[in-house]
Design a protein around this ligand. Structure first.
Ligand SMILES: [Zn+2]
Length: 391
């Protein structure tokens, strides 16, 4: 393949393969972090360091006063489940996955060792291309992303004091430009009743039946907003349990569900909670004995970068220069660490190799041509961000 900036294709693919064959579950990223750090050194990054948490940061130093562009990826991968040969790093024909061309197969190939390899190589290629006018380029490979709390990236931003003018997330976007994702809130909702012998249910209050009414009310009465860029808000009940049942014939006095609610940037934890409380209050009007508790367990913020913003324009333009057209603007169905960069005032755009719908699946893979194309687009971004600053 021929691009404005030349990419060392064979070495890039080999590096991506070495990342995939090295297992790196969350909190077990040390070996793969070492691979990344060594590769950055070999590619002559100006500075490579591994912080106390295990995050790797590579740095290229450009011109004083120039802009800082940050490329963000993560080192860990999801659990392997029943995936066949998750660490084989096999290069194979992509036909079984619906892709015409060779792909790299293995856990984390699409999420996101492919993207990480492309960023490490793209940045180095831009440097080799010469005359960089950026201020600084940072490539961050963080730990613990798959735990969905942003621990690794937050450490760099809070303890490390890391700052940048713009950021690119290399999570899978099928080589399109992504501007964000919905947020995720997890609520635990508990209904309460009164135990009695299961042979004499009239003596108790069944918490499962209360929950049944609550779920029915959510299904019928929960107003879900729509967003013009991010699409549909959703809710999913991901778990349910009652107690003290199972071993004993007893009417349960406690039933819990976990509710996953995907939300938009305008929505707040307080607002989401208030909606649920209002639903419960409705039920209590008809049955004063209806008793519940609602608890917010997890909150992962939404990300929305203005499609008209400079960083989005730069991503579209770099893609056009390298691949011939700007492609389309999209959003992820899952959340990415870029949302924490955004919360620290660093606008973030998504661009990466591979298809997001294969992330965490037994068919996890990344097309080889995507690796090279993504690296070439990253290199172009580095060159453009420098020249933009001058103009
Ligand atoms: Zn990921």
């Amino acid at each position: 393949m021929s691009f404005p900036v030349e990419i060392d294709e064979a070495s890039l693919i080999d590096f991506a393969r070495r990342l995939v064959i090295t297992p790196s579950l969350s909190q077990e990223e040390r070996a793969v972090a070492e691979l990344v750090a060594v590769e950055m050194e070999r590619l002559e990054y100006d500075e490579v360091r591994v912080d106390p948490m295990g995050n790797v940061v590579g740095r290229l130093i450009g011109q004083p006063g120039g802009a800082t562009l940050l490329f963000n990826g993560h080192l860990d991968h999801a659990g392997v489940g029943n995936m066949v040969e998750p660490f084989s790093g096999r290069i194979m024909d992509g036909t079984p996955f619906g892709y015409a061309g060779p792909v790299l197969y293995g856990r984390g190939a699409s999420d996101m060792k492919g993207g990480l390899a492309a960023m490490v190589y793209g940045v180095a290629a831009a440097r080799r291309h010469g005359a960089p006018r950026f201020g600084e380029i940072l490539v961050t490979a963080v730990v613990r992303e798959e735990m969905a709390q942003g621990e690794g990236i937050k450490y760099l931003l809070q303890q490390g004091g890391m700052r940048a003018d713009f950021a690119v997330s290399g999570e899978a976007t099928n080589l399109q430009t992504y501007v964000g994702h919905r947020g995720k809130a997890e609520f635990k909702i508990t209904t309460f009743g009164r135990t009695s012998h299961a042979g004499y249910p009239a003596g108790g209050v069944n918490a499962v039946l209360h929950m049944h009414r609550l779920i029915d009310a959510i299904l019928k009465g929960y107003h879900l907003p729509r967003h013009e860029v991010l699409g549909e808000a959703t809710f999913t009940i991901i778990d349910i349990a009652a107690s003290p049942g199972r071993l004993t014939p007893i009417v349960p006095d406690r039933c819990e569900i976990i509710l996953d609610r995907r939300f938009f940037p305008e929505e707040t934890p307080q607002g989401l909670m208030a909606e649920l409380v209002a639903l419960v209050d409705q039920l209590r009007l008809t049955d004063p004995s209806f008793k519940t508790e609602i608890e917010l367990l997890k909150f992962f913020p939404a990300l929305l970068t203005n499609p008209e913003s400079d960083i989005v324009g730069q991503a579209l333009e770099a893609r056009r220069q390298v691949l011939g057209d700007t492609g389309r603007i999209g959003t992820w169905y899952f959340g990415v660490d870029g949302t924490f960069l955004d919360k620290f005032g660093i606008p973030c755009v998504g661009f990466g190799p591979g298809d997001e719908y294969f992330a965490h699946t037994p068919e996890d893979h990344v097309p080889l041509d995507h690796l090279v194309k993504a690296a070439a687009v990253y290199a172009q971004m580095v060159i453009n961000v420098g020249s933009n600053k001058k103009e």
